[in-house]
Each structure stands twice: as C-alpha cells, then as structure tokens.
Design a protein around this ligand. Sequence first.
Ligand SMILES: *Cc1c(COP(=O)(O)O)cnc(C)c1O
Length: 264
Amino acid sequence: MTTTLATDTAPLTGDALRSRYDEINRRIGEAAARSGRKASQVVLVAVSKTASMEQIRELVQAGHVHFGENRVQQLQQRVAQVEEFQARRRELSGSEPAPVRWHMIGSLQRNKVKKAIECARLIHSVDSMRLAEDIQNAASRREEPVDILIEVNISGEASKHGLHPPAVRHVIEQIDTMVNVRPRGLMCMAPNTQDAAVVRDVFERCRELFQDIRSAGVGGDAFDLLSMGMSNDFEAAIECGSNMVRIGGALFGAPAVQDEPGEG
Ligand SMILES: *Cc1c(COP(=O)(O)O)cnc(C)c1O
C-alpha cells in the first residue's frame, strides 16, 4: 500500500494542520496524475467527526469547502456553529466567504432523515429502498432533489453496511423514478485488512460497477460521483477511479473528540 502517515499523538492545529492539509492535497494531486486526471477532479471531504471546532474553523478559514460527519446530531451542531463563524467573517470582511458544504457519511437512522437532509448536501450512505423512500417523503416540499450515493458492500463483510453489488443497479433504476431523490453515484469502504491487493480489488470492483451503471445510462449525466478512499487507502482509491475521498485522521491528527458508537 502507499505510505501511511506516522500516527499523530495530538490533534493538529495552526501551522501543523495547515501543512498537513497542503500535504494531503499534494498526495491527492499526485494520485490523480497517476490515473491521468487533475487534482481538481478529486473532491476532498474532510471528515471532521473527531475534529474540534477550532480545527474545522481553521480549514474553513483556509478556504476548504467539503466536510463530512457521520452522526446527524453532531452534523446539525456543526452546521450551526460554522454558519455563525461564516456570519462573523462576512461582517468583518464585508464580503461573502467561500461556501461550506456538508456531507452525511455515516449510516442513517430512518427517524433522522429529515434533519440529515436539512443539513447535508450529499448523503453518502443510502443502502436500502426503504431509506430512499423515506428521503423521498421527507423531501416532498423541496424544490431541489436530495443528492444521494448508494453505499455498496463490495467485500461482503457482515459487519459492513451497504447493498450487495447485484442489487445495486435495480435499486438505482427505482430511485431514479423518485422526483425528490437524485442518485449521484456510489460509495464504498475498503475491508478491514492490511493487504493492499485485497483493498485495491474492492476499489476496482466498485469502479467497474459504477462504470457499468453509467454506461447503461441509469441515473443519467448526474450519476458521476464515486466516493471511496479514507486515510489509509485514499491514494489507491484514486488510482482505481475514485473522485471523492473521505479523510479524517490523516488530516486532523489524533482525535480531539471521541466518535460515539452506534448509528446516527
Ligand atoms: C470516519 C470515516 C471516514 C474517515 O476515516 P479516516 O480513517 O479517519 O480517514 C470515512 N468514511 C466514513 C464512512 C467514516 O465513518
């Protein structure tokens, strides 16, 4: 596997966070170049679930746009806090700060769908028709459809969320008929293994599934996002075709807040 960063013993802030951010962006750019693409064709979602608000504000200040959370309650709190921060920046500078976009990356409980779609631009974790239907119903009064990704369990591990690959195309065909839900692509997670070849094989299979669906025209032109790759495997994921990586620990360092177990 590609080099992993030394394990950080503390959360990164200030210049250390800034230089880590630059380093991650450089590595994303290099991996994109190896797969014949530009850095700008891969979106970095900064996974802030274990980051402090101070760390988030520093990245927002640096112009970073995309942030991901895996619990709805924390997502909601952070959206509100970042909005306050943006309002202060607007007042101080008299101009409009770069927007911040939130991603819901964790598995979603049905009773939290409404809050999640109010806060997040993209839901990465739709893994059933029932959840898609809940989103459709919760979004019925919106003008714009809710963008979602289908989470796929490529490796078949029992501990993982996600649809089994053979079911994915049919589910997307059905979701594509819902007026308030727009399927934008696929999301997958690598299996828990140190074996780089196994990880790569999972990413390759997800990319193939993504391409099959695209070339069949399911989901149309909007079906263009492949969310795969985290701290330990994002370069391999990009080399296998990912255009959206979700990176937490390698960016923020050691946890500043604990990630709570359970669904959110
Ligand atoms: C926590 C999390 C990540 C980021 O993991 P790191 O290993 O810290 O980069 C990415 N995706 C999901 C779904 C997560 O829950």
